[in-house]
Design a protein around this ligand. Structure first.
Ligand code: NAG
Ligand code: NAG
Ligand code: NAG
Length: 379
């Protein structure tokens, strides 16, 4: 086709060159330009995304989390330590954990911490919480049922480390009836492991019961012996979807898993005020905590001026605050989902609950526990 219009070989080459330039070459710089500008856009997008993520991350890290300069915990348990590091069990770190002064604080969502269990104990918490899912015959620890990992299980994260810590505290000399707890200053102080059942009840309860056997054999578990609550270094509490019937179904002379009752529903038709003291449905034989979200809190008694004053024991019980109702039953009151922003609101709620003599304070921020609970009332 080309050669038809070309008059000389030179013209032909020129035209060919032009075509070559037009068709072959000309688009090339254009295309390269496209590629370069696309690459620039992608890089710009990625950089922007990274910047946003970094800002978000910095905010997440700082949000409500108290950092203390020269925090004795942070010094010993730095970023290089994780809950699977063998060096977690170094003498120096262990003696730090055992020398902490316990405080009545519950470590909420404990498994979320950089070093689950150890950061709570190292901050003095006497109670830790793990959300647990039954998967096959494993108890996996985590928020949702997605993203669970086999290695993140109740045994490896809580039951085995607790047993190991307690074995170290109970050398040959101690007997099954006389067990030392985690905290050297208060060896009688029990530590609560609150297992929040995320899967449905009875099957998971049975699995938990089975997995507790090594701790039970060592005499580490608080239990109801048929007439009395026998306190031991570790108290197991079942919460969430755990069925109360499963607790009642345990051996009534050796019951070592206790219920987390609903604090706003303690008074029951099964309460018997004909005995002295009254017999309550939820009592130390079957229940340890009584908990409710903070929005359900009833911290003050209020009495309508026109109605008669409560006179019978039952009327008085119904009129009492939730914390008093729990106390009457020998239970420990706990409010969760307390507001935490703005930061000073969290502080005010904390103060109000301490003044109201709540059983344990629910906390997410271990830095704040170490900073503010220092020297504060012992359990
Ligand atoms: C239950 O424990 C208490 C206190 O440790 C003890 O006095 C009592 O004899 C025990 N009861 C039974 C049935 O073992
Ligand atoms: C219940 O516990 C007691 C004492 O620990 C034990 O002797 C008894 O065999 C247990 N009963 C059952 C049904 O397991
Ligand atoms: C505890 O509650 C159960 C019912 O939930 C009841 O049968 C039992 O007598 C109560 N025990 C005590 C010591 O109050």
């Amino acid at each position: 086709m080309d050669s038809k219009d070309a008059h000389t070989p030179h013209e032909q080459r020129q035209r060919h060159d032009r075509r070559y330039i037009q068709i072959g070459r000309a688009p090339l710089p254009l295309r390269r330009g496209h590629i370069i500008s696309d690459t620039c856009k992608i890089i710009a997008c990625v950089m922007t995304a990274l910047c946003i993520f970094q800002l978000y991350w910095i905010q997440m890290i700082q949000k409500g989390h108290v950092r203390i300069p020269n925090d004795p915990f942070d010094i010993r348990f730095g970023q290089d330590i994780s809950w699977t590091s063998p060096s977690l069990w170094d003498d120096e770190r262990l003696s730090f954990i055992h020398s902490v002064s316990p405080v009545p604080v519950h470590s909420h969502n404990d498994y979320d911490r950089r070093i689950p269990l150890f950061e709570a104990l190292g901050s003095g918490c006497t109670s830790v919480e793990a959300d647990v899912h039954l998967v096959g015959s494993d108890l996996l620890v985590g928020h949702g049922s997605k993203n669970l990992r086999d290695s993140w299980n109740l045994r490896s994260m809580y039951l085995e480390p607790l047993e190991r810590l307690l074995n170290l505290q109970n050398a040959a000399s101690s007997t099954n009836d006389q067990r030392n707890g985690i905290f050297d200053w208060e060896p009688q102080q029990t530590v609560v492991l609150l297992v929040d059942f995320k899967s449905s009840g009875a099957a998971m309860f049975e699995e938990l019961d089975t997995q507790l056997q090594p701790l039970r054999d060592m005499g580490y578990l608080s239990h109801w012996n048929g007439t009395q609550r026998v306190p031991r270094p570790l108290t197991i509490v079942a919460s969430g979807n755990a069925p109360f019937e499963s607790v009642l179904g345990l051996n009534s002379t050796n019951r070592d898993i206790f219920w987390d009752a609903k604090l706003e529903q303690l008074p029951s038709v099964l309460d018997d005020f004909s005995t002295d003291p009254p017999t309550y449905k939820y009592n130390v034989s079957n229940t340890h905590y009584a908990s409710t979200p903070f929005r359900n809190a009833k911290l003050h008694t209020w009495h309508h001026p026109s109605s008669p004053l409560p006179s019978t024991a039952q009327q008085k019980d119904i009129a009492a605050t939730q914390i008093e109702q729990a106390e009457a039953r020998g239970l420990i009151s706990r409010y969760w989902d307390t507001p935490d922003s703005p930061a000073n609101l969290g502080d005010i709620v904390w103060r109000v609950l301490v003044d109201a003599k709540v059983g344990v304070i629910n906390m997410d921020d271990m830095g704040a526990v170490r900073q503010r609970a220092r020297g504060w009332g012992k359990n």
